[in-house]
Design a protein around this ligand. Structure first.
Ligand code: FNR
Length: 191
C-alpha cells in the first residue's frame, strides 16, 4: 500500500517561506515511498468560519474539498507560520472548518487516526517554534497523532536559496527526515 501524505502551509502568501519549507519535507516523504499531495490555501479559499454557513445542504464547497483531501490521506505535513507566538489564523480557520461534520458524517472524521509532523520557519531567531506548541495542542485534541519530532528554521530570509531549497545541508536533511519519518510511521500504522 502506498501511503498518501497531504502537505500544506498555514500561509497564503505567494513567496511564503513555510510553503517552501513544507515542500522540502515533501521531498523526504517522496524519497521514503509516499505519494505526496501538496495544496496551497491560496487555491482553496475558505470563508472565515461562521456557523451560519453550515446549512442543511452542507458546508462551503472549498471546505468540503479540504475535508475530502484530509480523509484521502493518511498523514499530514504541516508548516505553520508563527503569528504573535501562535498559529496563523489561516491554518486555524482551515482546521476549525474541517473539524465540523458534514450532515451525517462522524465527528472529527478528517482527523481521527491520522498522523502529522509539524515544522515552521520565520525571519525571527526562534523560527516559529513557539507557535508549534499551539498547533500541536489543537491537532492532538481533535484526534491527530502528532509526532514528537519537529523543526523550526530561524532567519528565513537567509535560509532559502532562489529555488526555494534550504541552503544549509543539515537543515535540509533534518526537514527531509521529518517527511521520511512521517511516511515510515504512517506506513506502520496502516499495516
Ligand atoms: C508575524 N511574524 C512573526 N514571526 C515570528 O517569528 N514570531 C511571531 O510571533 C510573529 N508574529 C507575526 C504576526 C503577524 C500578524 C505577522 C503578519 C507576522 C512574522 C512571520 O514569521 C513572517 O511574516 C513570515 O514570513 C510568515 O510566514 P510565511 O508567510 O513566509 O510562510
Amino acid at each position: 500500500m502506498t501511503i498518501k501524505i497531504l502537505a500544506f502551509a498555514g500561509s497564503a502568501r505567494t513567496d511564503s517561506f513555510n510553503k517552501k519549507l513544507v515542500k522540502v519535507a515533501a521531498d523526504g516523504a517522496k524519497t521514503a515511498g509516499a505519494e505526496v499531495t501538496y495544496i496551497d490555501f491560496k487555491d482553496l479559499p475558505m470563508p472565515l468560519y461562521d456557523e451560519d454557513l453550515e446549512t442543511a445542504e452542507g458546508l462551503p464547497s472549498t471546505v468540503i474539498q479540504f475535508k475530502t483531501l484530509l480523509k484521502e490521506h493518511q498523514g499530514f505535513l504541516i508548516a505553520s507560520p508563527e503569528y504573535n507566538s501562535s498559529i496563523s489564523p489561516l491554518l486555524k480557520n482551515a482546521i476549525d472548518w474541517a473539524s465540523r461534520p458534514a450532515p451525517g458524517e462522524a465527528s472529527l472524521a478528517c482527523f481521527r487516526d491520522k498522523v502529522a509532523v509539524l515544522m515552521a520557519t520565520s525571519p525571527g531567531g526562534l523560527g516559529g517554534l513557539r507557535g508549534l506548541i499551539h498547533v500541536r495542542s489543537i491537532l492532538q485534541n481533535i484526534g491527530v497523532l502528532v509526532l514528537p519530532d519537529q523543526k523550526a528554521i530561524p532567519n528565513a530570509y537567509q535560509a532559502f536559496d532562489e529555488a526555494g531549497n534550504l541552503k544549509d545541508e543539515k537543515q535540509r536533511t533534518d526537514i527531509q527526515t521529518l517527511g521520511s519519518k512521517l511516511a515510515a510511521i504512517a506506513t506502520q500504522l496502516a499495516t
